[in-house]
Design a binder for this molecule. Structure first.
Ligand code: SAH
Length: 243
């Protein structure tokens, strides 16, 4: 299939075999992309499905569904202590490209920033664009920022907290134990990984995480920036599970 433009469509816009396009989408398709009635594009619902669609004035007709396999074989939730400035913009863009499922922005003891409500909307826009760009079928979710403490109650099969100092096993060596996954078909296949802010986690936060079932892990011998750490962690998960 030729390279077609991908657009995320809300489920309320689907009616039988038709899609009602919003004014914004019409503007994007006709004015920005310069498509015309009769031209084709890919409609994604952001929840795992793609369709080939054909423009017809203010609507689009669904021609066929398309099967794509671009998602990771497991779900990855990233708990990320909000970094300074626009650091989280970078994290959401790159981690969406790498296949993250869910972002949990958290306010930790050493977090400097309390994000404005407009930030969440901005991150959601970045995630949608990055998912379309990377040909993903699922648009990752971003939860409202919560305290680090409440994020610890997340339920998952494997939970890791990345700690820059200390003698902890490497995340990759923990992930390599894949038989564990294969023998549990019915269990939800989710990995949770937490990364800290510029100032790192406090000792109490690490202790609380361990009590909640998190394994502290290393990402190597160098100290990574708060923005780099989740990207590295996710790359390791993708490498370990996609081979
Ligand atoms: N200022 C802190 C480092 C913070 S780095 C210090 O000097 O100790 C920001 C976050 O990235 C850390 O909290 C950790 O979650 C993650 N991180 C950075 N480098 C890491 C490494 N080598 N191994 C594991 N996690 C790391």
């Amino acid at each position: 299939m030729p390279q077609l433009q991908r657009i995320t469509i809300a489920s309320s816009q689907f009616h039988n075999q038709h899609i009602t396009l919003t004014t914004e989408q019409q503007h994007y398709l006709y004015r920005v992309l310069r498509l015309q009635s009769g031209d084709r594009f890919i409609a994604m619902d952001g929840m795992g499905k793609w369709w080939l669609a054909q423009l017809a004035d203010t609507e689009a007709q669904i021609l066929q569904s398309i099967t794509v396999k671009t998602e990771l074989p497991i779900a990855v939730t990233l708990i990320i202590a909000l970094p300074k400035g626009s650091g989280f913009d970078e994290i959401v863009r790159y981690c969406t490209e790498l296949g993250v499922t869910c972002f949990v922005p958290v306010l930790s003891d050493r977090t400097l920033l309390n994000p404005s409500p407009q930030k969440l909307e901005r991150w959601q826009r970045i995630v949608k664009e990055a998912a379309e760009q990377s040909e993903r079928t699922t648009v990752p979710t971003i939860l409202e920022p919560v305290s680090f403490c409440s994020s610890l109650s997340l339920v998952a099969k494997q939970k890791y907290i990345c700690e820059a100092r200390g003698d902890y096993p490497h995340l990759l060596s923990c992930l390599e134990n894949k038989e564990d996954w294969e023998s549990n078909f019915n269990e939800e296949k989710t990995i949770v990984i937490a990364t800290g802010p510029e100032g790192g986690w406090t000792e109490t936060e690490i202790e609380d995480a361990i009590k909640a079932g998190f394994q502290p892990v290393s990402l190597g011998r160098r100290i990574l920036r708060a923005v780099t750490a989740p990207i590295v962690a996710l790359s390791l998960v993708a490498a370990a599970h996609e081979i």
